[in-house]
Ligand binder design. Structure first.
Ligand code: DGL
Length: 271
């Protein structure tokens, strides 16, 4: 059983690790577009083009289902990809909607009108492109009413993580967390709206406090994926081998993957 997982770089590994833990019999072909990361400050057209190119590599390797484990690509490009680009026999899913369904207490595919939910305010940390797209607010507005979202663009944080510069990541998160807490002092839920951020979740906890409820994607996406696979077994490719691809320098990426996520894997170049 194979699916594809795509990210602009290393952030998707947070989703991959959860898939390994929760759906161990599922093989995954992972592609990190490290050469073009970060996507978070690129134009919508660039993000769309790069995401389609990456997904095509995974389709060409036999994947029928690809998870875009990147909020930026999910927020900026997924809707257009689903509407205009994906061939009818393939499927592309993002990481945004499962998280919003969780917050708004919805089952997958529940398209009933928006309603009041328990949560009243949310703090969102995400890349500048994700924040500018307002996709989080849009998808939330389809499902819930009366929820305030305070967003914090975290310029430079993905670069720091991709470089393995945890000192810089610490300083940036200090600034961003405090900036957000000034505007929303007591958030009910904090969303780490970038799959890179769980790699430094301890730093968010350090500056937001232990008592803050921090939601990130990996667990929630895996639950949703498990459910999807059980309903669409035809979307699972028939290979039985997991492997890792990158548009960057494989040796360099292997070292950073090990440093940040603790996984020791071999990356191969897509070129
Ligand atoms: N992991 C991607 C996300 O979830 C990072 C985006 C980027 O490359 O800036 O948004």
């Amino acid at each position: 059983m194979t699916i594809g997982v795509f990210d602009s770089g290393l952030g998707g590994l947070t989703v991959l690790l959860k898939i390994r833990e929760k759906i161990p019999n599922l093989s995954v072909i992972y592609l990190g577009d490290n050469d073009n990361a970060p996507y978070g400050t690129r134009s919508p057209q660039e993000i769309y083009d790069m995401t389609c190119k990456g997904i095509q590599v995974l389709f060409d390797r036999g994947c029928k289902l690809v998870i875009i484990a990147c909020n930026t690509a999910s927020a900026v490009a997924l809707r257009k990809i689903q509407e205009e680009w994906v061939p009818p026999d393939r499927r592309v899913l993002g990481v945004f909607v499962p998280l919003i369904e969780k917050i708004t207490e919805r089952e997958w595919g529940d398209n009933s009108p928006p309603r009041k939910v328990a949560v009243k305010n949310i703090a969102l940390f995400a890349t500048p492109s994700t924040v500018t797209s307002r996709a989080f607010e849009r998808e939330l507005g389809f499902r819930a009413i009366g929820v305030k979202v305070e967003s914090q663009p975290c310029d430079g944080l993905v670069d720091a993580i991709e470089m393995g510069d945890l000192y810089l990541a610490d300083k940036l998160i200090d600034t961003y967390a405090n900036g957000l807490l000034e505007r929303l002092p007591d958030p009910e839920v904090v969303v780490l709206g970038c799959t890179h951020y769980p790699l430094v979740k301890n730093l968010f906890t350090k500056y937001l406090g232990n008592q803050t409820k921090i939601l990130d994607h990996p667990d929630i996406v895996c639950e949703s994926l498990k459910d999807y696979i059980s309903r669409h077994p035809d979307k699972i490719g028939d290979q039985n081998k997991s492997y890792f691809l990158t548009s960057g320098d494989p040796k360099n990426i292997e070292g950073k993957a090990l440093q940040l996520s603790g996984i020791k894997v071999s990356f191969n170049s897509i070129i």
